[in-house]
Design a protein around this ligand. Sequence first.
Ligand code: BYC
Length: 335
Amino acid sequence: MYSQGLIGADGSTDESQEVLAAFQQRIDAEEKIEPNDFMPQGYRRTLIRQIGQHAHSEIVGMLPEGNWITRAPTLKRKAALLAKVQDEGGHGLYLYSAAETLGVSREEMTEELLAGKAKYSSIFNYPTLTWADIGTIGWLVDGAAIMNQIPLCRCSFGPYARAMIRVCKEESFHQRQGYEIVMTLAQGTPEQKAMAQESLDRWWWPVLMMFGPHDADSQHGDQSMAWKIKRFSNDELRQKFVDATVPQAEYLGLTLPDPDLKWNPEKNGGQGGHDFGAIDWDEFWAVVKGRGAMNRQRVEARRKAWEEGAWVREAALVHAQKRAERNRLMTQAAE
Ligand code: BYC
C-alpha cells in the first residue's frame, strides 16, 4: 500500500531521465496507462490528487442541489433533480474507484478532505438561494464541467478516461435540464425572468473560476499537459466555455454580467473569440482556502455523513468477510 503522503503531493518525481523518457514515449504514442503498468511517482501522485479532488467535488456537489429537492416546483422537476443528484453520487463513486486503482484508499482520501488538506471545486462553496439557481447550476456548472471533462475522456490514465465517458453522457443530460429550467423562467413572468437574471449575475464569475487559475499561475498545468492527463490548459477551456455560452445567454434573452465582454475577431488565431473582464482571483483563493460562504457547512455535512455511515461500512466489511469464509469452507468441502 502507498502511504498517505501520496495525496495532495506535487508532481515531482525522482526516476532517472531514461525511465522518464521511456514513459513519455508511451504517452506520446497515445498508449493508455493502466493501474499495473509502471508509472513515475509524480504521475501517480498527480492522478491521485486530481481524481480524488474530482471525486470529492462530485459528492460535495450533491449538497447545494440536494437542498432544493423538497422544494422543487413540480413533480416532474423533482424527479429530474433527484435523478441528477443521484447521478453525481454515482460519479463520485466511479472516481473514488478509479483513484483506488492507484493504491490509495477511499478512507485516506476522505480523511484528507475532512482535514481540509484535499480540495474540492470552489463552485460548491456558494449557496443556492433561489429555484433559479438549480437551473443556472445545470446550465453553467454542468456546462463548465462538460467542457473540462470531455477532454478527460482522452486522459492517458485508462480508468479515469473510461469513467469520464459515462460521466460526460450524464452531465450532458444535467446541462440540458438546467438550460430548460432557465428557459422556462426566462420566458415566464417578469418576476421569473428577473429571478433567472439575478441567479446568472451571482453564478457567472464563480463558474469562470472553476477552470482554475490563469495558465501562468497554474502550478501543475504544464506537467499534466505533457503527461496528457490534461489535454487543454485552464485558460483554453475557460475561453471555449465563454464562447459557447454567449450565444446560449443571448437565446435566453439574459445578460452576462460583464461589461467588458465583446467579440474579438483576432482571437483564437484569427478564428475569433470573446474578450472578457478580469476575474477576481482574491475571491477565488479565499474560497479555495476555506473562506467561502459555505465551506464550513459543506465539510461539516461530509463529516456528519462519514461518521453516521461508519456502521454501514463496518457491516459491509463483516458481511464480505463472512461470505469469503463461507466460500472458503465450501471450496474446502468440495475438494
Ligand atoms: N476549485 O495547477 P492548477 C462537477 C487548485 S465536479 C478548487 O491549475 P490542476 C459537478 C488546484 O487543485 C467539478 N481548487 O491545478 C459536480 C491546485 O491546488 P492543489 C470538478 C482549484 O489540477 C456536481 C491549485 O488550485 N471537476 O462539475 O492542473 C454537480 C493550482 O491549480 C480549482 C474536476 O475536478 C477550483 N476550481 O487544474 C454539478 C475536474 N482550480 O491541488 C457539477 C478535474 C484549481 O495543488 N480536475 N484549483 O492543492 C481538473 O481538471 C483540474 O484539477 C483543474 C485544476 C482544472 C480543476
